[in-house]
Design a protein around this ligand. Structure first.
Ligand SMILES: C[S@@+](CC[C@H](N)C(=O)[O-])C[C@H]1O[C@@H](n2cnc3c(N)ncnc32)[C@H](O)[C@@H]1O
Length: 249
């Protein structure tokens, strides 16, 4: 009984703390950072090496649309829209953050933001054949909360899109412990062997060592179909193919 009451108290307390936190963020953003600025600090957490990876992907794949999960304040959304000149669709499940991002990005016509959960968002896009026919770059970053449904997000993409590149933020780089990551961001958590078997996906990691990346560095993984990797992956010098169980058969 005591445990139950504590759980209940924590639950409500957490909600109040989250609301206070959102209000503080909103006040700070509206006063100090009311519009997206295209500078070195913004986009991909300010990681210069990550930006090079993104640019190389744009150089080698004719990306026609970008889809992001987890907008937060829209800094990576704004960065990707500016660098690519293609439409960027992004979703954010927190209504305050979604409103803030909409406000900050209101002058950028190629961006469309939805107040939605990532799974519902991807499922909705997957029903639009114009969108699934496009070569899409996915940035999976809907990562705050108890459940991080990365595996499900990847499955929706891989079962519905013909050609795509997926980048996942906060991912463990297997042989470079200098890169930070979330507990959800590992090859084991996304069950890479089954993604390889079911969808022919290969995993690549930053070729840039963590001590050469902007500090503090967070890791990422890039998933591509085997055919896409054969066609373009080897030309992307900022990435290296993972030689473990994600290797093409
Ligand atoms: C790490 S932040 C995203 C940062 C942003 N992509 C950037 O680079 O600036 C994670 C965001 O995902 C949102 N989020 C968490 N779970 C989500 C979900 N299931 N669907 C949509 N958004 C989610 C959080 O509210 C938070 O704003």
């Amino acid at each position: 009984m005591r445990k139950f009451i504590l759980k209940l108290r924590n639950y409500f307390f957490r909600d109040i703390l989250n609301r206070l936190n959102d209000t503080e963020t909103a006040v700070h953003v509206l006063i100090n950072d009311p519009a997206y600025k295209h500078d070195a600090r913004n986009g991909f957490n300010g990681l210069a090496g990550r930006k090079r990876i993104f640019q190389e992907i744009l150089n080698h794949v004719q990306i026609e649309r970008i889809i992001e999960t987890g907008t937060y304040l829209g800094n990576t959304t704004g960065y990707m829209a500016t660098m690519s000149n293609v439409q960027v669709l992004s979703c954010e499940k927190n209504s305050t953050l979604c409103d803030l991002a909409r406000f900050r990005l209101k002058d950028m016509r190629t961006i469309s933001l939805e107040h939605m959960d990532s799974i519902a968002f991807l499922n909705r896009l997957a029903r639009n054949h114009e969108i699934t026919a496009d070569k899409c770059f996915f940035y999976l970053d809907a990562h705050w909360g108890k459940d991080v449904p990365l595996r499900e997000e990847i499955a929706i993409i891989a079962s519905n899109w013909k050609e795509y590149v997926i980048m996942i933020d906060d991912f463990k780089v297997p042989d470079d412990s200098g890169y930070g990551f979330g507990s959800y961001g590992t090859l084991e958590q996304i069950d890479m062997p089954s993604l390889h078997q079911m969808y022919g996906l290969c995993a690549s990691f930053p070729a840039i060592r963590s001590d050469r990346e902007t500090q503090p560095p967070t890791g990422c993984v890039v998933l591509m179909q085997h055919d896409t990797y054969v066609r373009i992956g080897e030309n992307i010098k900022t990435l290296r193919l993972y030689s473990g169980h994600s290797q093409p058969a």
